[in-house]
Design a protein around this ligand. Sequence first.
Ligand code: SF4
Length: 460
Amino acid sequence: MFGIYAPGHEVARLAYFGLYALQHRGQESAGIATCEGGHITTMRDAGLVSQVFDEEKLKALEGDMAIGHVRYSTTGGGSWENAQPVWRDDGRELALAHNGNLTNAVELYNELRSNGIEFRGTSDSEIMAALLSSNDGRYIEDAVADVIPRLEGAYSTVAMTKHAIVAFRDPYGVRPLSLGRLGDRFVVASESCAFDIIGAELLREVHPGEMVSLSERGLEVRQVVRSDRPAFCVFENIYFSRPDSRMDGGVLQQVRGRMGEILHREAPVDADLVISVPDSGNPAANGFARASGIPQDDGLIKNRYVQRTFIQPGQELRKHGLRMKFNPLPEIVAGKRVVVVDDSIVRGNTTRQIVGMLRDAGAIEVHLRISAPAIRHPCHYGIDMSTPQEMIAHDRTVEEVAAELGCDSLGYLSLEGVYEAVGAERETHCDACFTGDYPLERTEAAGGKHALEELVAAPV
Ligand code: SF4
């Protein structure tokens, strides 16, 4: 997610490169909306940023401000209608992009429908857009202040009207949102790596429950709701965000390196070689090797043009994606006791195949070390981890998971180890996928990824 107010700059091009840096956050679809002379133009399509946009399309997207989005689906399927930014005009014309997941989407959808509002897609982002577009507050800032208390769940959102860009974050601050500066103009993005690529400077994170407004008046800030219990997603630190992004006050490459060091302290192993599952396991493998003194090398080579498998929906695609993805090097691993470091295991398909490939390549022992606790619970706040039944650690002990994966030993980083590496407190974070403690109220009300589609398809 990206937003920029910068008259005189090529805003669509800046949005394109911002999204290019954020591509890891979603690969199903990409879109940019710009506003020029009071007219909003939106372009979005299925595919990667570089597939959706070309020089000609960017030139057609002129304006003083732009917002953009890369998507993988949480609420609503991956269909074209659900690509973002969404555009609506129910009284106030706007475009909107959202990262997260509303847990009261079905309730709000029903209410809006009964007020005569029609929907094109089945995403919670369109619900948010409809609420803001139909709100009779004079300015978009008033509409946002009015609508935020009605939204439940996780949302980092950017919306653009003819006059301004507003960006706001739910009172828990579950998903990230950063504020930056480009010269005398301002920019927002899900992660600070989007600022680096366009030469902008990171100012700070948008606070939970805060709204920032970018317009001709410069930057305006309003704390809309007080945040009693921040719940930043700790998984952003472990896996989801790019290692060169800054969050929770640190650059994630270093945070993940510390996770690897602590992992060695907590789950040491007698071995000859440390290898990582590239690229996600690299920083933690560095840390593990540093702390253990065991030599490190690249035993698995990744085809860098295949997208990471975690994000492609559907079991079949995931399995297929994996075979294209890694190639083990017998010259490096044969005859060795190998420690394989990765950052997380969700379903275990990838990991099981990696263990098999390394044994086939001649490794005599394969010890798995994971720089996160076991994932046993679904995420209702915007990361698609699918159902508990599909998770390999659900209802299994560590020894049972190790047996399933076919490795000689398995060690996870403890939750305490995660927070030690991040340098933060549990009380200000969400770790529900590890612990089952959901910090947001009424989380169980969430109807799942396809709740709205089921509702739309149901006979009236
Ligand atoms: S459940 Fe896990 S992935 Fe979801 S917000 Fe909480 S920590 Fe992040």
